[in-house]
Design a binder for this molecule. Structure first.
Ligand code: SF4
Ligand code: SF4
Length: 459
């Protein structure tokens, strides 16, 4: 297959955009630890799939690391107490997705040690009727440790560690691109925990029976590339009998290179067919921070109760990379970082391209929160102009869609036409909106179009 994006001597994928990076404020700041606060709010829906099933009740004392919710089916994960304390309520609370969600509220025990509890042994019913009997021990452990993709999508990781009947996996690709502007948490994980990322990669490859491993890292993180290569060679020299090769691939800087299909194109020069999955090419993709979390689970029996996030933007006083217990209110994280400047106008969870703007600051950090971005100039405030048919959105779309045409079909309420123009292939990367000189809210319109198309496809 020809590979279009190899300018500057480094590989990449076709199309995509080059937003300003804005990573300078935090890329060289070591990860710091967020102090404990008085209350934690744990929504049961923190991953793609069915929300976890609450197993605690108000008044119950829980210990840091104790399971507080079970997986509810195969595409679902467990949830654990991030602190030792008392369950104060199980009730609806604001979720970062803008809706109210059933959540477990824990009041910290100020006098208890916040040491991790001895891990619980897996129990029979934890995987639920849809999955527990057909998944192997390692997959079950990852599910019960509550590990999800930490790149932002929060897809339950164990699902991508189980090879379906009749399929095989030859190649694992780790995403170390962190292509969203501003975010530097994966960069710091690769620098500070490179050996753990490599050990996690080995575990993933072993589990899937994959002979080839690649870690794709954009060249604006050359220190991480060097550190990972050093960790890899040390790991290789300590384990002569290890099966499978791992290579660190330096990539061009381009958005949205961290998306699975784009990363596969960039690293392996292969294209996942429209409507297909990486598995169709015998490939599985995980995030570098996820690999580190898997190594932690195996080596230290640690469930996912905290994560590294980047707090940044010109609206926050002290930008930082911080490891934060899940459930911490974002207001408390911002306060830890010196608070918002008076001129801050917008707070976004995630990066500026795919992140979600927040109305309130009382929502918690969840498993998919990669950053808190505070801006003095709100995104997308410029008035919309008519389409000038410049074609820039077509050139930008990494899925080879026609965003201008899709937007027109949405405005004319042509749901059938949206389906025939492959609207469901859009993964809402916002590259089209970013390049549009007429400031047409393309990704917003296409999101509406996907909802319209879903109604037609599933009446
Ligand atoms: S149409 Fe979808 S996939 Fe294509 S650039 Fe726009 S948001 Fe990204
Ligand atoms: S980028 Fe904007 S103005 Fe240009 S063709 Fe696309 S929708 Fe029209």
């Amino acid at each position: 297959m020809t590979h279009a994006g190899t300018t500057e001597g480094l590989p990449s994928f076709s199309h995509g955009v080059h937003p300003e990076e804005h990573k300078g404020a935090t890329e060289s700041l070591p990860i710091e630890r967020m102090p404990f606060v008085s209350h934690y709010v744990l929504p049961l829906a923190q991953h793609i799939g069915r929300p976890s099933k609450c197993i605690v009740r108000p008044g119950q004392h829980v210990q840091r690391g104790e399971r507080i919710a079970d997986p509810n089916g195969f595409v679902s994960t467990a949830l654990h107490a991030p602190v030792t304390g008392t369950v104060e309520a199980v009730e609806l609370r604001p979720h970062p997705n803008g809706k109210l969600a059933e959540s477990i509220v824990i009041a910290i025990d100020a006098f208890a040690s916040q040491e991790m509890q001895e891990p619980q042994k897996p129990e029979g019913g934890a995987g639920g009727p849809n999955g527990s009997s057909r998944i192997d021990g390692f997959v079950r452990r990852v599910q019960e440790a509550g590990i999800v993709g930490l790149g932002g999508a929060a897809f339950p990781s164990h699902v991508k560690l189980q090879v379906p009947e009749g399929k095989k996996v030859t190649t694992v690709v780790l995403n170390g691109c962190e292509c969203e502007p501003y975010l530097t948490c994966d960069h710091r994980v690769m620098l500070e925990d490179a050996d753990k990322v490599v050990r996690g990669m080995r575990l993933i490859m072993q589990q899937l029976g994959a002979a080839h491993g690649y870690i794709g890292v954009e060249r604006n993180k050359s220190d991480a590339i060097e550190t990972l290569r050093a960790a890899l060679s040390q790991n290789d020299s300590q384990n002569d009998s290890q099966k499978g090769s791992i290579e660190i691939i330096a990539l061009q800087v381009k958005y949205p290179q961290g998306a699975e299909k784009m990363l596969i194109d960039a690293v392996l020069h292969e294209r996942v067919p429209a409507g297909g999955l990486p598995l169709d090419l015998e490939i599985v993709v995980h995030n570098v921070a996820t690999a580190s979390a898997i190594a932690d689970m195996v080596e230290n029996d640690t469930p996912l109760i905290e994560r590294v996030i980047t707090v940044t933007g010109d609206g926050v006083r002290r930008p930082a990379n911080v490891v934060v217990p899940l459930g911490t209110p974002i207001a408390a994280v911002l306060e830890h970082c010196g608070g918002l400047k008076p001129e801050a106008r917008q707070v976004i969870l995630g990066g500026p391209m795919m992140g979600v703007a927040q109305k309130e600051l009382d929502v918690p950090v969840v498993k998919g929160t990669s950053g808190i971005l505070a801006l003095t100039q709100p995104q997308r405030v410029v008035g919309e102009q008519p389409c000038i048919r410049c074609g820039r959105c077509l050139d930008a779309c990494p899925m080879f869609l026609n965003p201008a045409r899709l937007a027109q079909l949405v405005r004319n309420e042509r749901a059938e036409g949206l389906l025939s123009h492959h609207v469901m292939s859009c993964f809402e990367c916002a590259s089209c909106s970013f390049v549009c000189p007429s400031h047409i809210p393309l990704v917003h319109l296409i999101r509406v179009g996907k909802a319209m198309a879903r109604k037609v496809a599933v009446p």
